[in-house]
Design a protein around this ligand. Sequence first.
Ligand code: GDP
Length: 495
Amino acid sequence: MLEILDGLGVSYKSVSSTIEEDTVELIKQILEEEAAGGAAATTDAAPAQNQSAQPQSTQTAQTEAQSAAAPQSAATATAEREPEVAAPAAPETPHRAPVVTIMGHVDHGKTSLLDYIRKTKVAAKEAGGITQHVGAFEAKTSKGKIVFIDTPGHEAFTTIRARGANVADIAIIVIAADDSLMPQTREAIAHAQAAKVPMLIAINKVDLPQADPERVKTDLTQLNLVPEEYGGDLVVVPVSAKTGEGVEDLLEYISLTAELEDLRADPKGNFSGVIIESRVDRQAGVLATVMVQEGTLHVGDFLVVGENYGKIKAMTDSGGGRIKEAGPSTPVQVLGFSEAPASGETVLSAKNEHAAREVIAQRASDRRDAENARVQRKRTLEEMMGPLGETRTVNLILRADTQGSLEAIQGILAKKETEDVKLNVLLAGIGSPTEGDVLLASTAEATILCFNVTAAGGVKKIAENKDIELKSFRIIYELIDEVDRLIKGNLEPVF
Ligand code: GDP
């Protein structure tokens, strides 16, 4: 504030000195522009046009104040766009590489596909070394970098999401051409849908004589996922992780999808990232893989994760090479935490140790407040189900002992939908509910209803901890009654 006054050449004796009214107006303007974040780009991109209104010194102060937020973007704006059409709103943020996760049924070839891509698309010197597992790797393709999460399966994906972090931009669902859709395929699809992450289908093992990709496409259509060649918008790519057939196409479709998603992050912005995985090495100590999402990470930075912090002593990239800094969409292994952070935790940086400790103290106190509040207050129906007077959705996960009972239940439920309440079955699976189901329910705010199957104790506990309703029934109509209750709950909230 006083900097701005200095910049304007206004004299003052102390913070409480009075100033002219039009000076106040001018300061307000400057502060508003700063808050809007768009001023720096315009100023930077076209410095010559913009000097009459404010003295030079103000401009400098203003640009400095914003330098943390936007200078790189301004540079990009100048390089990519004509400066005359200077962005009316926020300045352009640079593009970043997509982060991709691979999911699908067991044995359908997730690991093989990742291995094939790693073998062929990771620079030779890196692939040649001992490929230490850090949870992600960077593939270099003709269309640019693609980052792959190296732990296939939706558990890893959903564990990370369940903590509120969103690490994958695109999900590849691998389906074996000789096996078609299997229970975990449906789960993987449900997880990607719940997370609203765009999906590409890789029909794998097309080298096998018994491969039947057409059947896979027809089966997908039955889940309302219509392949492009059938007139829908689902990208389906036949591949073989064994021969490599189609893998190049798959990578190209990933880049295309990424382009459509318009993924961007500012390497000069405030740092934030997500823990992909961590482990304790007997010699080195805690090794944590961080996915950089915004900003740039440097050796020596202080990182705060949950209620822990650490100073980065060393960093290696996913190929094992020492690096000093890492920008957006880069997975890096970081040495410096004293305790292993959990996957999915978000990471922020602090200026110094003191600031890191302050953040942690604040978080600890917020957590205690939240715990107290939770004990005192049950959530209201409206909080759980959104505002009144709009079409609302009851999200369900169904589990049953047989395909027959699942179909029977879904048949009845289909008739229960009304104009006001939609029933959305995220997943209908055979067998007991899993931990993954609970995580899915927590991502999508769903209720888990089981028929003739019950949850294992561990799964029940997780559901309890996460406040997820999980109920088992032996009589179909009792399950349906429960759905009625959920629907009515929506229509006639009782407080
Ligand atoms: P995951 O459980 O999904 O990770 O599956 P894996 O990658 O472990 O593959 C399961 C089995 O299928 C292994 O024996 C692989 O060698 C085999 N496999 C994977 N991809 C292909 C493929 O494209 N063609 C053939 N013929 N076999 C494959």
